[in-house]
Structure formats: C-alpha cells, structure tokens
Design a protein around this ligand. Sequence first.
Ligand code: NAD
Length: 251
Amino acid sequence: MSVRLNNKNILVSAAGQGIGRASAIACAREGARVFAVDINEATLATLVEECPEIQVHKLDVCDRGQINALAEKLPQLDGLFNCAGFVHHGSVLDISEEDWTFSFDLNVTSMYRMIQAFLPGMRERAKVQGTASILNMSSMASSLKGFPVRTLYGTTKAAVLGLTKGVAADFVQEGIRCNALCPGTVDTPSLRGRIASAPDPVEAEKNFIARQPMGRLATVDDMTPMVVYLLSDESRFVSGQALLVDGGVTI
Ligand code: NAD
C-alpha cells in the first residue's frame, strides 16, 4: 500500500462530487485520515459507501458558524484543500450584483473563512511535523488567461491566487505552505450540467474539447496526482505557486 500521506489529517471541501471527491479518495488511498465536507449530504453518503474510511461532515463553506464549529471538533490538520467553487456564465454585462456577491462568497470568501478557522491548528501541527499544506482551487481561467463568458469566474479565481500568495508569504517561515491548483476543463458533474443547459449541448461539448489542445477534456484522475503531491511532503519546497494542470491550454 502506498503511504505518501501517511499520518496526515486532510480536509477536502466540495468532496461530494467532481475533483473534490476524487481528491478525497486519492488522499485516503495514500494513507491520509480524510475529512470530506460538502453541502450535499446525499453525495457524501455515496462517498462513504465507496470509501468507508473517509469521515464525512455536512458543511456549508459560506457559513462561518458551521466552519468554526467543525474546526473545534476535528483534530489539527496537516492538509486543507479548499475546492468548493461555482462557474458563472456570461460577460461583464450579464453579471448582477447578486451573481457577483454569490460567486465571491463561494469561490473566495469561503477560503478565507476556512483558512482562518483551520490555520491555527495547522500552525501547531507544523511545529511538530515541520510542515502543513493549504491548497486552494483556482483555474486556468484566472489571472493566467481570459476566456469568453467567464469574467466573474475568472475574477474570483484570480482573487484566489492573491489569497494564496498572501497566506504563503505570511507563514512560510513556520512551515505552512499554500498553493493553488489551476485546472483546464475537467469532466465533472457540474461541467456536464453546463453542457446540458447550453442551447446546443452537442456543440457546447465540442467547443469545450476544442479549447483543450490535447483534444480531450481532463478527467478528475488527471488532477488528483497534483493534489496528492501538493498535500504531501514531496512538495515541501513549493509554496505560493499557481500550478497549472491544463493539458497545454496556456502553452
Ligand atoms: P462540481 O462543481 O461538480 O461540484 C462542486 C461540489 O461543491 C458539489 O459537491 C457541491 O455540493 C459542493 N458545494 C457547492 N456549494 C457548496 C457550499 N456552499 N459548501 C460546501 N460545498 C458546496 O465540482 P468540480 O467541477 O470538480 O469543481 C470543483 C472546483 O474546481 C471548483 O472550485 C471549480 O471552480 C474548480 N474547477 C473546475 C473545473 C472544471 O472544468 N470542472 C476547472 C477548473 C477549476
């Protein structure tokens, strides 16, 4: 059995489906004690069926009270993967104030809340273990590249990079590392939802594939090796970075 995350306590948000779920399972298979959180209890229940060693908790990452209560309950973390996020569709002219507030709350502010709640325990843990790792979900659609109808999404994911670098800079001397994952287009339930809700779903899928120069969408399994690496001690000299796993889109 592989044990790259042996003896590590790792929390993954948005773990009910998609990249978060695959990451929670990959971390458990590498020996971590995984705490998987999501707002959706039904998908968390299927996660436990698939991987019984994972401990699941219903959590709304937009609710500071729930987050703080969970932080009190859980052991100190070695790894925190802030994965939750939402993709707004539209140009700047389509974004309502409500859209703006919602996307920033879920995609950015939630990470600030989670880090504030769990970092004190991670600092203690790093004193003993030498290191602890925060991973924030960004995207190739951020400050790294612009995409049509992704202005609000890209703005929030660029903010995630600023948050990541700030946290990395403040705690680097304590062994706390903070990095961001920037995926290309990944085949997940929410991507399938975006394709299905397009006026022409067949054309929409073709267009998503066309923007990936390798000629295919990423799978969640294309993402998990980088997640495991960034949460493991193998990346102990890596901090403050935006790591692209985009199949060459930004070549
Ligand atoms: P997804 O969108 O399919 O699933 C998101 C999960 O987040 C769901 O399980 C949902 O219940 C959960 N969630 C939603 N609101 C929540 C809340 N308030 N509190 C807790 N959980 C909540 O997953 P995905 O497509 O794998 O995306 C995950 C992350 O990866 C997002 O941040 C997304 O922006 C980012 N990302 C995705 C892609 C892609 O192409 N799929 C590309 C780049 C980045």
